[in-house]
Design a protein around this ligand. Structure first.
Ligand code: GCU
Length: 678
């Protein structure tokens, strides 16, 4: 049965014709197995080629026939050293794949400066076969543009996953460190195949127990499984751990005893895990403890931990997701207000981890104004892969276009072309430390991610983390081919469907810059009317501000003035209702229901039109899928068909609920001819 467990590493037999052609160029494998990484690289190539071609290449120490694949580093292989290929620019983790001639035989080399680069190259080579591309005369080079490419698990030690929609945690803490589930290895393979090189094992709302010896041993066992795949483990650290598990009276970062406690703790961790990555910290955010509890700054807190980790080479990923209770303040402004002035005050091994937008993983937000505003600090991107505000597991929403939209946004901070991608990869301000994190959508479901299409979001996150300038469409194309089939009659419509799916969700949930209309707490389904939350900034009405005159959050200079957190030319644009992109209109402006949109329609009509369009798009997706029965296995076909039916029903629910609610406030009639489908 096809349960989706294999993800995009399916290695099912290619068509006979294609396999015959590839076999000519993949007839022999010449590579070492002296290190654990070399061994897993060899295993992966053997497994992949056997699966795809129906025949594993023969292993050999030397090239004795045409079609050899030679894998390794100049340092580990005299044969590779002899080829004298230029590997200087590959750096750490990079690779080249090239057609060469060795002793009169046609061969392909996969070369890197280190074992892990060769593993990445091997996965790339397999991807070429999986996606039906020619391999006879290859000449390509690739290296990651971002140093830390990290999955953040919001997994609790009791097995639950915060905002997880794919079962429970895959970390079986109870049976660790003794039982190492095979799933851990498959998890590492999947991550390595897309270049992910770090994982934070536990929730940012952290329990201190993860830092106790009994858990650290379990963490070390996982680190041992991941190490051959180039993956380091990190932990979310609770700021008050010195009190809770250390018996101290305070967690004040300037207290020498507290500093000593963290130094000792770091030493203890590195003894067990010599390549431990470091700490992720959520502090003074949504009730979590932090340095401000002692009148200290975020920098004081981050630096204290950074000093404890620095002797061992670890980093601190300090989160900038902060907002406070005050009803009068604009939540969207608070991270910038708290952090901007700390630029230049962080240690060299601190990264500030910033969510893509200023609120919270909404279907669409403008880019976070901190990007570009803190040139002296490496800013790490935090995307969410799990779809907390985008329909959980059942709605088909491909997040590639969302990520791409944010990464390609121009902050203008160093003139035109100062994209968020360049902030993140460190090139804009010359940082050598750089990182991207994605909040994982992984759980114990057989298919890992709650749905087959949610696997694509894990996939595209990894690929974009490696190179944030790639096209999300090209990545979707690879994913569809690897996950399903190379048949273009299937690939083309499915990629189109994926590419339109995020805009559809924006349309049926929160069009035209609306945000946070989801039911408070669970964040699933519409509740723009809900006022049950005690905190103003947890109520949807706080965000849409609809009244009889109009709708939207005034963030202009006459409102909260969030616009002035952006570079002046962008601020001027967002401050002007006419220049603000309509897709962000109600994010920045409170406008009349009768406001004339560019289309000539009133805002009210256009809002209704967007909700309708969102539903129509989902209906089209369902229709497209219904024509694709027979191209893939029944299991994955049927589950997706069922999920699309759920999505259609719920898109209608969103549309009907939002239109009815907003109409009750606008008092405007529905557009002529408007009739929701039965
Ligand atoms: C969101 C989410 C929380 C999470 C928080 C965070 O608010 O709903 O569950 O803890 O983000 O990122 O810290």
């Amino acid at each position: 049965a096809e349960d989706g467990y294999e993800l995009w590493l399916r290695y099912h037999p290619l068509t006979a014709g294609q396999a015959t052609i590839y076999r000519i160029d993949a007839s022999q494998l010449v590579m070492g197995s002296a290190t654990p990484t070399q061994r897993v690289t060899r295993e992966e190539l053997q497994r992949g080629l056997l699966g795809l071609l129906g025949q594993a290449p023969s292993l050999s120490d030397t090239v004795t026939r045409d079609g050899a694949i030679i894998v390794g580093t100049p340092a580990s292989s005299p044969l590779i050293a002899r080829l004298r290929l230029d590997t200087a620019d590959l750096g750490h983790e990079g690779y080249l794949i090239r057609h060469v001639n060795v002793d009169g035989h046609a061969a392909t080399v996969i070369i890197a400066n280190d074992d892990i680069g060769a593993l990445y190259g091997a996965f790339h080579f397999l991807r070429l076969l999986q996606t039906d591309q020619p391999i006879a005369h290859l000449d390509l080079r690739d290296s990651p543009r971002v140093k830390l490419r990290v999955l953040d698990h919001w997994d609790n030690l009791d097995g639950s996953v915060e905002r997880g929609y794919a079962g429970t945690s895959i970390w079986d803490w109870f049976k660790l460190p003794d039982w190492l589930a095979p799933r851990y290895t498959d998890y590492a393979r999947a991550n390595a195949s897309i270049g992910i090189n770090g994982v934070v094992l536990n929730n940012v709302n952290a329990t201190p127990q993860i830092l106790t010896p009994v858990y650290l041993e379990k963490v070390a066992a996982l680190a041992n499984v991941f190490r051959p795949y180039g993956i380091r483990v990190y932990l979310s650290a609770r700021f008050s751990a010195p009190i809770e598990i250390g018996g101290l009276k305070t967690a004040d970062p300037l207290d020498p005893q507290v500093q000593q406690w963290w130094r000792t703790k770091a030493g203890e961790i590195y003894k067990l895990i010599p390549d431990f990555g470091g700490f992720l910290v959520k502090a003074n955010s949504e009730g979590q403890p932090g340095p401000q509890d002692y009148g200290r700054t975020h920098a004081d807190g981050a630096n204290m931990l950074a000093d404890a980790l620095a002797p061992h080479g670890g980093v601190v990923m300090w989160r900038a997701f902060v907002y406070s209770q005050s009803a009068s303040a604009d939540r969207a402004k608070q991270a910038y207000d708290e952090f901007k002035s700390l630029d230049g005050h962080f240690r060299a091994n601190v990264l500030l981890q910033v969510k893509n937008g200023p609120i919270d993983f909404q279907p669409r937000e403008p880019f976070n104004p901190l990007f570009g505003a803190m040139p002296k600090t490496p800013l790490m991107m935090e995307f969410q892969i799990t779809k907390e505000y985008l329909g959980f597991a059942t709605h088909l929403v491909y997040l590639g276009p969302l990520y791409e939209e944010v990464l390609s946004a121009d902050t203008m901070t160093h003139g035109k072309g100062s994209t968020v991608a360049k902030v993140i990869d460190g090139t804009l301000d010359n940082h050598t430390l750089s990182g991207i994190a994605g909040v994982a959508n992984i759980g114990t479901d057989q298919n890992w991610s709650g749905s087959v299409f949610n696997q694509a979001n894990w996939y595209v996150f990894g690929r974009l983390a490696w190179n944030p300038t790639q096209s999300s469409r090209a990545i979707a194309d690879d994913w569809v081919r690897m996950t399903f089939t190379n048949d273009v009659a299937f690939v083309k419509p499915v990629v189109d469907m994926m590419m339109g799916s995020r805009e559809a969700a924006v349309d049926y949930m929160t069009p035209l810059g609306l945000h946070h209309l989801m039911g408070p707490g669970h964040h699933y389904g519409p509740a723009p009317w809900d006022a049950s939350e005690p905190r103003a900034d947890w109520r949807p009405v706080y965000y849409h501000r609809a009244d009889s005159e109009g709708i939207g959050f005034d963030r202009t200079r006459s409102g909260s003035d969030a616009v002035d957190q952006y570079e002046p030319s962008i601020a001027a644009q967002f401050n002007d209702v006419k220049q603000t992109p309509e897709e962000l209109l109600l994010w920045f402006h409170h406008v009349s229901w009768d406001y004339r949109m560019r289309s000539g329609q009133t805002l009210w009509y256009e809002l209704v039109a967007h909700y309708t369009q969102g539903v129509d798009h989902v209906m089209q997706m369902r229709e497209t899928w219904s024509r694709l029965d027979g191209y893939i296995d029944t299991e994955r076909y049927q589950q997706t068909a069922t999920f699309l039916a759920i999505q259609e029903r719920e898109a209608q629910w969103w549309r009907d609920a939002c239109i009815a609610y907003f109409q009750s406030i606008s008092g405007r009639p529905l557009p002529p001819g408007f009739a929701p489908p039965q």
